[in-house]
Design a binder for this molecule. Structure first.
Ligand code: PGA
Length: 249
C-alpha cells in the first residue's frame, strides 16, 4: 500500500511569528495514522519548524536546494546544510522555480541526484501549462519532464521519490483540474513508470496532485485511484483548511 501524503507548500509566506502561530495550531489536531503530513516553510524558518514540531508526526520539508555540495553559490543552500538541521525532505521542480528562476529539467536532474546522494526524500513537481493542454500536448509534456529529470535513476532510488503533478494553469488560480483530469493524468504517469521500471515501482510511488486544492474539492480529487494526496499551496496557510484536506481521504 503506497503512502497517502498531504504536503503544505508555504512558498514565501510565514515569518517567525506566523510560523509559530500556524504550527502551534496544527499541533492541536489529531493526524490520521494513514496520512503522512508535511509542511515546507522557507529556509529561515526550517530550524524553528523542526523544533516546534519535535514530537509531532508532521514532517518538515525544504522548498528548494542546490545541486552543489558547497562553494561559491551565493544565496544557495545545500543538501548537507538541510540534513544538518534534520530536514530530510525537499521539494524540487516547483513550477515557480521553473518559471521564475529558470530551472530546467537538466538542472533538476542534478538536484534530484544531489538530494538522493544525501539520502533525502524528494517531492518532484512537474505539470503542463495551459497552452500545452489546449494543444492536447499535456501527456507528452509531462512524459518529457519525467524522462529528462528522473528516468535515468536506479530502480532503488524510487523509494525516495514522491511525485507531484501540478498543472501550471491550476496553481494559485482557483481553477483545479477536474477529478477526472487528475485521475487520467495520474494513471498515465503510473503507466509511464511501469513501462520504464517495473510493477512494484509503479505501484509504490505516491503521486500527489497540486493546484488549488481546497477543503471543498479535496475529497473528490483524492478519490481518484491513482491520486495519493496533495501538494497544497494557499490552503496550507490556514490550519483549519489544511487539516480539513489532511482528513479528506
Ligand atoms: P495552490 O498551490 O494550492 O495555491 O494552487 C499549489 C502549489 O503551488 O504547490
Amino acid at each position: 500500500m503506497r503512502d497517502q501524503i498531504v504536503a503544505g507548500n508555504w512558498k514565501m509566506n510565514n515569518d517567525q511569528i506566523q510560523t509559530e502561530t500556524l504550527l502551534e495550531r496544527l499541533k492541536t489536531y489529531e493526524i490520521p495514522n494513514k496520512v503522512r503530513v508535511m509542511v515546507a516553510p522557507s529556509f529561515t524558518q526550517l530550524s524553528q519548524s523542526k523544533q516546534l514540531l519535535n514530537g509531532s508526526s508532521i514532517k518538515v520539508a525544504a522548498q528548494n536546494m542546490s545541486a552543489a555540495p558547497s562553494g561559491a553559490y551565493t544565496g544557495e543552500v545545500s543538501a548537507g546544510m538541510l540534513k544538518g538541521i534534520g530536514v530530510q525532505i525537499v521539494i524540487l521542480g516547483h513550477s515557480e522555480r521553473r518559471a521564475l528562476f529558470h530551472e530546467t529539467d537538466v538542472h533538476l536532474a542534478e538536484k534530484v541526484k544531489a538530494a538522493l546522494a544525501s539520502d533525502m526524500e524528494v517531492i518532484f513537481c512537474f505539470g503542463e501549462e495551459l497552452e500545452d493542454r489546449k494543444a492536447k500536448a499535456h501527456f507528452d509534456v509531462v512524459e518529457k519532464q519525467l524522462k529528462n529529470a528522473l528516468f535515468d535513476l536506479e530502480t532503488s532510488a524510487w523509494k525516495k521519490i514522491i511525485l507531484a503533478y501540478e498543472p501550471v494553469w491550476a496553481i494559485g488560480t482557483g481553477e483545479t483540474a477536474s477529478p477526472q483530469q487528475a485521475q487520467e493524468m495520474h494513471a498515465h504517469i503510473r503507466n509511464l513508470i511501469l513501462n520504464q521500471y517495473n510493477p512494484s515501482v509503479a505501484d509504490e510511488v505516491s503521486i500527489l496532485y497540486g493546484g488549488s486544492v481546497k477543503p471543498n474539492n479535496a475529497k473528490e480529487i483524492f478519490s481518484g485511484a491513482d491520486v495519493d494526496g496533495g501538494l497544497i499551496g494557499g490552503a496550507s496557510l490556514d490550519a483549519e483548511d489544511f487539516m480539513a484536506i489532511v482528513n479528506a481521504f
